[in-house]
Structures are given as structure tokens and as C-alpha cells.
Design a protein around this ligand. Structure first.
Ligand code: FES
Length: 99
């Protein structure tokens, strides 16, 4: 059962393998949105708005999918740890920095 550590919020939660990062973080009350505007005005996990951008650390992280590669094409070369929470399937312990 992977453990998620939200660094800025200093909160840990345990989640089921294969869960979506945006869904579990919002369900846990931590959330991935850094302000109320991003929380209210986002694409609801479709990978279109970029408001769920997080920086992650972990040992076993799937590579960015096609949507992330397209949306983050200018940012990923500079910071390969950036991910869209709505596109990330959890498969190991992660440290998450909300941005
Ligand atoms: S919620 Fe819009 S890109 Fe993730």
C-alpha cells in the first residue's frame, strides 16, 4: 500500500496501488491545487488546464503519458519531476510538492 507524503502540507496518507493522484489527494482533503481559483476552475482531471501540476519524488514512477508530454513539453526538459496529478497512477511511495 503506497504512502503519499505531501511535503508542503506535512501530511501522509496511504492509498491503494493503481489509484489516481488527483482523486486520492482530493478525497483525502489535502488536494493538489495550490489556491482556491485552481480548485474551482480546473478541467476536472482531463489533462487540459495544468492546474494540478505537482513535483514528485519516488522510486517507481511511470513515465509521463502522451497528455502530460504534450501539456508540459516546455517544462519537462527543465524539471523532469513535474507531473499532472490527474494523469498519474500511483504505484509506489511518493513525495509530492504542490505548486
Ligand atoms: S486537472 Fe486539469 S490538467 Fe489536471
Amino acid at each position: 500500500m503506497p504512502e503519499l507524503y505531501f511535503v508542503n502540507e506535512n501530511k501522509k496518507i496511504n492509498v491503494e496501488d493503481g489509484m489516481n493522484l488527483r482523486v486520492v489527494s482530493n478525497d483525502s482533503g489535502v488536494g493538489v491545487y495550490s489556491n482556491i481559483f485552481k480548485k474551482l476552475f480546473n478541467c476536472r482531471g482531463k489533462g487540459m488546464c495544468g492546474t494540478c501540476l505537482v513535483r514528485i519524488e519516488g522510486e517507481k514512477i511511470e513515465p509521463p503519458n502522451e497528455i502530460e508530454n504534450k501539456k508540459l513539453k516546455k517544462k519537462l526538459p527543465k524539471d523532469p519531476n513535474l507531473r499532472l496529478a490527474c494523469q498519474l497512477t500511483i504505484s509506489s511511495d511518493l513525495k509530492i510538492h504542490t505548486l
